[in-house]
Design a protein around this ligand. Sequence first.
Ligand code: ADP
Length: 270
Amino acid sequence: NERVVLQFQITLYGDDERLVMARDITRLHRLEEMRRDFVANVSHELRTPLTVLAGYLETYADAADRLPPRLAQGLTRMQEQTTRMQNLVNDLLLLSRLEIDQGGEDHLPLAVPALLEEVRQDAEALSAGRQQVRVEIEEERQLLGSDPEIHSALSNLASNAVRYTPEGSHVVLRWKPHPKGACLEVEDNGEGIDPVHIPRLTERFYRVDKGRSSESGGTGLGLAIVKHVLLRHDAYLEIESPPGNGALFRCVFPDTRLVAAETSLDAASE
Ligand code: ADP
């Protein structure tokens, strides 16, 4: 009993005429599923060998002071590249999970200020004093969501803000009301992004400046992860970059995703 997937396109003509077109996309859908499963399986299989490799490299690094400088330097490079591969594999796995699961079942009221404070501390550690990172809270309601997912979306946005702005820049993490509900914003006053790139930024591995991005330690999957996390929370991402005025990433959550501040976990699960 093979599932058939149909895509409908409805065009309205005047008040009472409609053109309905149905397209059979079963094959396309199946191919997309196969691609997702393949990526998930490969990433999963790569995890163990990478962990073994990282383990050996760490053991050798303990004895690096007894190695000739050229070898010690090579060892450091190998460790860096192994970490990069591990990050990439972890991000690929996370993205596959976000795409495969429907999500939504484990959503609880989240205290956003505490979450933003955690993200702020991590971003500050990454920045190592090069940027100022601060939190602004203008919204009292809590967000119904998955803590690890929202955390990971915000971490990606905050680490981008730190990695793509010059020394002395400011980064603001904000929770505030929005006409549709409320929004989480990550704003920086760095060089910003040329508007031609904005529509494609959430595609996997899309980068404005390839050399600079891979140097900066990203995996190219950060904004794709953000997009999928938001989709699972009925939310969406807006990106603004007024010329010469930094970049603003706004995650907009609808009213249905907000609960009064005093909502306890018990009340939410009733
Ligand atoms: P990466 O691992 O390359 O950072 P992302 O998906 O997180 O991947 O980001 C995609 C691209 O968007 C980056 O390569 C960078 O060019 C651009 N970008 C993201 N955030 C910012 C920002 N705050 N300022 C300027 N450019 C940014």
